[in-house]
Every structure is written in structure tokens, then in C-alpha cells.
Design a protein around this ligand. Structure first.
Ligand SMILES: [Mg+2]
Length: 451
């Protein structure tokens, strides 16, 4: 059965009226055309047409030929919150070729290369978000006005007040077959996390795009805003996107599980440690992809809220079940990279993680012994003595590191005009400078009459 026949049967069976033909650009913004099923055959065979430059950074300008986004039938998902619509994630093409500026194409290519090595990349994400209201002046406040406790993490009262929202999200996750297994009030007022089972990295990336769209839709329906912004409030914990990674054989054998004789003591395999070493070594560049906006760098650092943890790493280090590390090993089967935040584009994130991790494996890199300390309590001197690298303080620093990282240049691939890495760096430097040129209220408050 061809792709069109397969999807036609599914929409008929599900009573679907429209499909979203979807793709994302560099920022991970969900873009779609609403296609009535009567027009499905053309879209399945020829793709949905977009003027790419209008969507955002995706390597196009107004003189460029159309993007034709070809639906991936494996991504078909009926949306339980609007059941007359199903989503299809698409692989953008231009003039008949997969478009190397499209994040989903970048990840797909990386996963195809991995498959040629006989391996599969499985991944899960922990998506945190905040529910807020907007004041008439544009500023934001926590949506639940009673959510003011100093240490609200896991608070059952706050959870209960948002039960209608959380229940609907949970039901939707399960109706899509994602396997919701936890929902909690996170560390900041107004902050929540809802978890679903891991999959292959492409499926998890597709799902995160839909999850964010769903959360925004639910919030808008309830008259609020949802945000995945890394640091919506200067004085509250930010929104992270912890990413769990593991490699498997094509036959389904886990590659990261070690034995009891593991000399580093975490029970991981040698390739898992090498993968971790690659992530640690390239972290100062990798962070540009995983924490990709100016606001990202306001989430990171050592300053701790009442719970005693920023939940964001300050240093490129790893350890066991220790939340002060960039890489935590919660169980001996995967690596939890705690670096990414809610602004990360999941396709670029997984392609970049894979490139850095595989580089560690290919070079047989050693991450050293796992750290057992609370890194947030060590002085700068103690951190330096241990040879632990501090993560860059701004997007500009991170982008400059990335500009020199050949491993990520190779991992993100080439475009007709040079490497995607260079395009990303250029875009992010411009984004940083646009913010840097603004005069903020904080500057006026500090400097207006100081001199
Ligand atoms: Mg969390």
C-alpha cells in the first residue's frame, strides 16, 4: 500500500476531516497547512507548499523556490483535543531534494548514518513548562494566583488546583498511545512537567513538537498562556528539557548497559562512558544547539532557589544519581543530559547529541571517574583543580565555541551554501546582537543617575 492509500484509510477510519502538514524551522516553531482530506492525495504525493523564508530561518529568502513538505506516514497522529484533525510531520524538499536546512531532515540523515553502523538512537524528554497570565502592560504573572509558596515542587495542592488541565493533557497523551506515566508540579510557581515513554529519537522529536502545540492550545482555551521559555521569571526556576539517550543494536540489544564489574561503578558499558565523554568534551559548543536563545543563559548557573537546585547544570561533568551534574545516570541503561532547555529544537538537539556522543565512541574517549560531590558547593578553584569545564555564560560565547566545533559541523551536515553549523552560528549571533542593542529597564534603573 502506498503512503496515500495508507493515510486515506486511516483518516476514513478515524473520521478525520483535515490534516496538518507540519514542519519546523530552526527555532522549532510548529508550522502547518490545514489540508482537507479531499486534497490529501496531492499533498501525500507532491507535498504541501510553503514559502520557507516566511516561516523562519530555514535557509531561504524571498527569491527561493517553494519548500514542498512531504508527509511522513509513520508520524500520523489523530489529535484527541481536536479529533477532526490529524497531524503529519513532513520532510521538507526543494526542487525534488530533501532540504538540508530542515531540522527534521538533519536528524533523519544522522539516524540513517547511525543505522548503517547497525545502531538505533532511543531518546526520551522531560518537557517542563509554565502556565501564566499576561497583564495589560504585557508582563506575566503565574496563572494560579494561589501558587505562591516558596518551595512549591511536588505540592499536591498546586497540582490539584490545575487538575482539569493536567487531566486533559494526560488523557490526550494516552489517547495518542504515548504512555503518560507521571505529571507533577515542578520547582517554580506555575511550573509543571508531564512525562511520556521514550521512543526512537525521530518519533520523540515529532512528539515534543506536538506536545508543545497541545499545551499551548490547552492553555489558550483556558484563557491563559503556556510557555516553554527557559527563564520566564528571573527569580524562579527555569524550564528545562532533560534528554535521556541510549544506543541500541538494530536487533534491539541495549548498548549502554554494562555489568557489575564496571570499574567506574555506575553499571554502564564502555560505549556509554565514551558517549558521555564526547558530550562532556563538546559541551561548550553543544550548548549552543541545546540552549539556543539569549534567555537560555539566564536559566543556567549556580544560583539556587529555595529547593537548593537550579536543575540546570553549570559545569560539563557527569555522575550517578546526582542532579548537580550535566549528565546524570539515573539507572544503568541510559544517560540523562540535563543541559537542554524548553527552547531547544528537538531534531537539532538529538542530531547534535548523537554527533558528540559518537565522536566519543569513535575516539574511545574516557570521561574519568564519575563525580560524587554536590558541584554547586565547590568553589571556582576546586572546580578548576578537577579539570571541570564551566559552561559558557551567554549565547554569544556558546555560538563562538560552536563555530570552531568540527564534530558538530559534520553532525549537522552541509547545505548548498556551506555548513548548517555556520548558518546556525550566524543566525544566533544576529539574534544575540539584536537583544544586546536594546536598552532595558534594568539598565535605566541602574545607570540613569549614577554618574
Ligand atoms: Mg523536571
Amino acid at each position: 500500500m502506498g503512503a496515500y492509500e495508507e493515510i486515506k484509510a486511516r483518516v476514513e477510519n478515524d473520521g478525520v476531516e483535515f490534516v496538518y502538514a507540519m514542519f519546523v524551522e530552526m527555532h522549532g516553531k510548529p508550522c502547518a497547512k490545514l489540508v482537507p482530506v479531499e486534497a490529501l492525495e496531492t499533498v501525500m504525493n507532491e507535498g504541501a507548499g510553503f514559502a520557507g523564508f516566511a516561516a523562519g530561518p530555514i535557509g531561504q529568502d524571498p527569491s527561493s523556490p517553494d519548500i514542498l513538505a512531504i508527509p511522513d506516514p509513520a508520524s500520523y497522529t489523530q489529535l484527541p483535543w481536536q479529533p477532526n484533525v490529524a497531524a503529519l510531520q513532513c520532510d521538507p524538499t526543494v526542487e525534488g531534494e530533501l532540504w538540508p536546512y530542515a531540522p527534521r531532515v538533519i536528524l533523519r540523515r544522522a539516524l540513517d548514518d547511525l543505522a548503517s553502523r547497525g545502531l538505533v538512537f532511543n531518546a526520551g524528554v522531560e518537557a517542563e513548562y509554565s502556565l501564566v497570565d499576561r497583564n495589560p502592560d504585557g508582563s506575566i504573572v503565574v496563572a494560579d494566583e494561589r501558587d505562591v509558596d516558596e518551595q512549591p515542587c511536588y505540592d499536591a495542592k498546586g497540582l490539584t488546583r490545575m487538575l482539569p488541565h493536567l487531566t486533559e493533557v494526560s488523557r490526550n497523551l494516552n489517547a495518542m498511545g504515548w504512555g503518560n506515566y507521571a505529571n507533577d508540579h515542578e520547582d517554580a510557581n506555575g511550573q509543571f512537567e508531564q512525562n511520556w515513554q521514550y521512543s526512537d529519537a525521530l518519533t520523540t522529536a515529532d512528539r515534543l513538537v506536538l506536545f508543545r502545540l497541545m499545551i499551548h492550545t490547552m492553555a489558550a482555551r483556558d484563557g491563559r498562556y503556556a510557555t516553554f521559555m527557559p527563564k520566564p521569571f528571573a527569580d524562579k526556576t527555569g524550564n528545562g528539557l532533560h534528554a535521556h539517550s541510549s544506543l541500541w543494536s538494530l536487533e534491539g540489544e541495549p548498548l549502554f548497559v554494562g555489568g557489575d564489574d564496571d570499574p567506574k561503578g555506575l553499571g554502564l558499558s564502555e560505549p556509554a562512558y565514551q558517549f558521555a565523554a564526547g558530550l562532556i568534551e563538546h559541551a561548550p559548543s553543544l550548548v549552543a544547539i541545546l540552549c539556543p536563545i539569549v534567555n537560555s543563559y539566564k536559566r543556567m548557573g549556580v544560583g539556587a532557589p529555595a529547593s537548593g537546585a537550579t536543575w540546570a547544570p553549570a559545569y560539563a561533568a557527569y555522575g550517578g544519581n546526582n542532579r548537580t551534574q550535566m549528565i546524570r545516570v539515573p539507572e544503568a541503561d541510559r544517560l540523562e543530559l540535563r543541559l537542554a532547555d524548553g527552547a531547544a529544537n528537538p531534531y537539532l538537539m538529538f542530531a547534535a547529541i548523537l554527533a558528540c556522543g559518537l565522536d566519543g565512541i569513535d575516539r574511545g574517549a574516557d570521561p574519568g571517574q564519575p563525580n560524587e560531590d554536590n558541584l554547586f558547593k565547590l568553589s571556582a578553584e576546586e572546580i578548576a583543580e578537577r579539570g571541570i569545564v564551566t559552561l559558557p555564560p551567554t549565547l554569544l560565547h556558546a555560538a563562538e565555541n560552536l563555530a570552531a566545533c568540527d564534530v558538530l559541523e559534520k553532525g549537522l551536515g552541509m547545505t548548498p551554501d556551506g555548513s548548517y553549523r555556520d548558518y546556525f552560528v550566524k543566525t544566533k549571533k544576529a539574534e544575540f546582537m539584536a537583544h544586546h542593542h536594546q536598552v532595558t529597564q534594568a539598565e535605566i534603573d541602574q545607570y540613569l543617575t549614577l554618574f
